[in-house]
Structure formats: structure tokens, C-alpha cells
Write a new protein. Structure first.
Length: 209
């Protein structure tokens, strides 16, 4: 029982740390491109635009609490685990959950959180190192430290790599502590007080603080 209590306190401390402010850099804007020549696409070149990475300057004032558009009174999420951290991703912004591919096409000169392309027939998904992008943890996705699942995002060619993913869970918006100041970690829109998990706004995961 003591172990379970210690684990719960440790997770609560981590969530609180996520909500605490951190230093940010001056505003810059970068757009990267991924080029791929696929033999099954008549040798035509495809280009994937890496989403704009915007480094925002820290705000000195606290804004009013704002819930994302997808967060109704009750909304469904997939609860994913990344390095023992639980994150909730809104189901309405996820297309499917698939096995982590055995092989990815590496692309040079991309951000550290870009793992590679998963090519299937005439299509592809750009796989993201989620621990590196959101949690600022060391690069993952290697053979000795690989992910297990990939969640593909709605209306995009991007996929978030995770260690594990549960079935859908319904969350009551009233149980969520919504953030007021999103000048740091814009993707973190709140935490569920009952489940003690961080809720991710997928629309803001590529905005860097």
C-alpha cells in the first residue's frame, strides 16, 4: 500500500511540475520540410511540411481559463503512457491507434522529435518522438528503447508515438483543472483531478515554449 501511495504522490508532483512556469525564448518561427521519393508513387516527389514551430515569449500576466473547443461537458480521450507519464488525448482528434512500425525511413536535418516516415503502400505517416516533443525527454524510438504504439492524428499525416494506449475513457469537464496561463507548455490544457492525468490539446503540440 505504501508503494502505491508513493507512486501516486510522485505522479501528482510531476503533474504539478508540468503546471509550473518555465523560462522561454524570444519569438522565432521555423518551417522544416521532409522530402521523399517513393518508388510506388511514379517517382514523384512528396513534401511534408513540419508544422510551424513557434517559440513564444513568456507572458507576464495570467489570462482567463479557456477550454478547448473539443472539450464539451463530457468528452472522450485515449489515455496514453509515455515513460510512466499518463497523458489524455481527445478521441475526436485521433484517427486510429496502430502498432509502432518495425522500420521507419530516416530523414536528415529534421527536429530531434522527428523519428521518421512510416510508409504503407502509397501513403505515409510522419512519426513523432512524443516524449522528446512534449516532455523534453531524451530522444527515444531506437531499437533498445522503442515505442509500442502510434496514434495517427485526424486530418494530418502525423502520428504520435507512445508506450501504451488504453481504450476510450469519458471525462467530465467539471473534474478538470483547466489551465489559466498557457504561455508555457501550450499543449497542456489541464489536468483531471480524479484520474490525475495531464490533458493534451493536440492542436497545440507543435507550439514550442
Amino acid at each position: 500500500m505504501k508503494t502505491l501511495v508513493d507512486q501516486a504522490l510522485a505522479m501528482e508532483g510531476y503533474i504539478d511540475d508540468l503546471l509550473s512556469p518555465i523560462e522561454t525564448l524570444e519569438s522565432t518561427k521555423k518551417i522544416a520540410k521532409v522530402s521523399l521519393i517513393h518508388p510506388k508513387l511514379n517517382r514523384m516527389q512528396q513534401t511534408v511540411d513540419t508544422p510551424n514551430v513557434i517559440v513564444q515569449q513568456k507572458q507576464s500576466t495570467i489570462t482567463a481559463t479557456v477550454r478547448p473547443e473539443w472539450a464539451a461537458d463530457k468528452f472522450k480521450v485515449f489515455i496514453c503512457t509515455i515513460d510512466n507519464v499518463k497523458l489524455a488525448l481527445p478521441s475526436c482528434l485521433v484517427t486510429q491507434c496502430v502498432d509502432y512500425p518495425s522500420e521507419l525511413k530516416k530523414i536528415a536535418n529534421k527536429p530531434s522529435w522527428f523519428i521518421g516516415l512510416n510508409i504503407v503502400n502509397d501513403s505515409f505517416i510522419a512519426v513523432v518522438d512524443t516524449a522528446n516533443l512534449l516532455l523534453k525527454k531524451p530522444v527515444k524510438g531506437t531499437l533498445d528503447q522503442s515505442y509500442q504504439k502510434v496514434l495517427t492524428l485526424t486530418n494530418s499525416r502525423w502520428g504520435l508515438a507512445v508506450d501504451a494506449c488504453s481504450t476510450e475513457v469519458e471525462i467530465d469537464a467539471a473534474s478538470v483543472r483547466w489551465r489559466e496561463d498557457t504561455s508555457t507548455r501550450p499543449w497542456l490544457c489541464g489536468t483531471d483531478k480524479n484520474l490525475n492525468i495531464a490533458i493534451v490539446d493536440i492542436n497545440k503540440i507543435f507550439i514550442e515554449s
